[in-house]
Write a protein that binds this ligand. Structure first.
Ligand code: ZN
Length: 393
């Protein structure tokens, strides 16, 4: 299935532009008409992070006339392993500003629009409406569903990508011509089931593999060439070095783009829709959450506690709270952790930031450990309030 170009060609290319884009111009499928379409194109990149970095850089180099960058975060040292649009001297700087500076350096002919805000239900429709195409580089389910819903409601296509460790996925969602994200994933995963890159890690170069697919598809859609990734999900395994694509059909029952949609406007609260922790975990944690400082006091007083770190081995090796025993959350989910728990000590659980330990706490309490607690804010809070000399990640 080929689709008509998204964008009308600009009137002309200047002499400078002809020189700059000559390697595009001599490709028959792109040519002068294709490059003029890119010049007229307005593309928004949601997130200037792992996927947004290569996406923005190649979109800029390709000559997309207007590039929007939306990000409210600041550059952190731990971003530099993969977010190559930012450099060492950008640490602490707003990501949108840092990304815009790199884009301008790559191609001063690009009109850069900085949206230094958090994408929300209050602004997403207005921001998206100013663009022909959206490239989704977000890393959380709440924003992902919001991006999808806004794009479908506005009738706009978007290029989606996702990365985790060595695995990547990409697709083009365009409800007028194929499925939307909700056709593929009607429900968000249960909170805590799918680890984020911050929890599970990501191979830096994977961002380039998936980000470049996204740019490739963006250019095809803008110029109307090739077979777009509409109705297909590209799955990449960097360890096996294999790409495969699977068909994704439009779901006639899709609540958003199906025959009888029940979602006809944005949801009120996407965070609540996706949930950061499950209801059981929230209930277990209520009244059973201690601070890192309280944990330190318990330890200093010599209280009889059994401190359990529910993170993964690799995280434990980066930084851990003294005295903690590592029992990863998976062992609580499959039940094998329970026999390791002492009956005569108070159970104290912690993780990186408090979400996984709340999930484990629900299981532990269900198993009869009524006085068990977890550490709000996890090891990050320990580093911040108890021992700032320790590393974070
Ligand atoms: Zn759908």
């Amino acid at each position: 299935m080929s689709l008509p170009p998204l964008v009308e060609p600009a009137a002309e290319l200047t002499v400078d532009e002809v020189r700059r884009y000559s390697r595009h111009l001599i490709i028959p499928d792109v040519g002068m008409a294709g490059q003029k379409r890119l010049k007229n194109a307005k593309v928004l990149c949601v997130g200037a992070g792992g996927l947004g970095s290569p996406a923005l850089m190649y979109l800029a180099a390709a000559g997309v006339g207007t590039l929007g960058i939306i990000d409210f975060d600041v550059v952190d040292e731990s971003n530099l392993q993969r977010q190559i649009i930012h450099g060492q001297s950008d640490v602490g700087r707003l990501k949108a500003e840092s990304a815009a500076a790199t884009v301008r350096e790559i191609n001063p002919l690009v009109d850069v629009v900085i949206h230094n805000v958090a994408l929300s239900t209050d602004n997403v429709m207005e921001i998206f409406s100013g663009y022909d195409l959206i490239v989704d580089g977000t890393d959380n389910f709440a924003t992902r569903y919001m991006v999808n819903d806004a794009a479908v409601l506005l009738g706009k296509p978007y290029v989606w990508g996702s990365i985790y460790r060595f695995d990547g996925q990409a697709s083009v969602f365009w409800a007028e011509h194929g499925p939307c994200y909700r056709c593929l994933y009607p429900e968000p995963p249960p909170p805590g089931m799918v680890p984020s890159c911050a929890e599970g890690g990501v191979l830096g170069v994977l961002c380039a593999s998936i980000g470049s697919i996204q740019v490739n598809e963006a250019i095809k859609l803008l110029t109307g060439i090739g077979e777009p990734l509409v109705g297909r999900l590209m799955i990449y395994d960097a360890l096996e070095m294999k790409y495969r694509d699977v068909k994704v059909r439009k779901d006639p029952e899709c609540v958003l783009c199906g025959k009888n949609p029940t979602v006809t406007e944005l949801l009120e609260d996407y965070e609540a829709f996706c949930g950061t922790i499950s209801d059981e975990a929230a209930q277990a944690a209520s009244g059973s959450t201690i601070t890192a400082l309280e944990l330190k006091e318990m330890q200093d007083k010599g209280e009889d506690i059994f401190l359990i770190d529910v993170r993964e081995q690799g995280e434990y090796e980066i930084v851990s709270i003294p005295g903690a025993t590592l029992i990863p959350k998976g062992e609580f989910l499959n039940g094998s952790a329970l026999e390791k728990l002492p009956q005569d000590k108070r159970i104290v659980l912690h993780c990186k930031s408090g979400a996984r330990s709340a999930e484990a706490l629900a299981i532990v309490k269900n198993a009869g450990f009524a006085d068990a607690v977890h550490v709000g804010g996890g090891v990050l809070s320990w580093v911040k309030t108890v021992d700032p000399s320790l590393p974070t990640y």
